[in-house]
Design a protein around this ligand. Sequence first.
Ligand SMILES: [Zn+2]
Ligand SMILES: [Zn+2]
Length: 117
Amino acid sequence: MNTNQQTGTCLRCHRPLTSPRSIANGYGPTCARRIRAAANTADLTPYDARQLDSARELIEDAAIIPLRSQVFTVVSTDGTETYLAHPAACTCPAGLKARPDRRPCYHTAAARMLLAA
Ligand SMILES: [Zn+2]
Ligand SMILES: [Zn+2]
């Protein structure tokens, strides 16, 4: 076995991941499928299509990691900062400026998708 090979556990069910693809995704195939399905059942009405694409990308890049029950750690696009995201709030600059008449940031959309899975 290649000792340089990355190993990991699924971010959702904590089972060991074996395939390089799953390790890169952060989720095993079953959880990845459930998360994709959840993207269709979660309440995502406040978001536009571009935000939902960004939210899916965030999940696929394993850049949103469960911290505790409803709270996730999110890595910023350039990888230099981390924020705390919840389905209704986020500590990123856009999230902190959130107002009822504005769209919430896409990190909260990703949190909703993951919680619906
Ligand atoms: Zn899993
Ligand atoms: Zn945010």
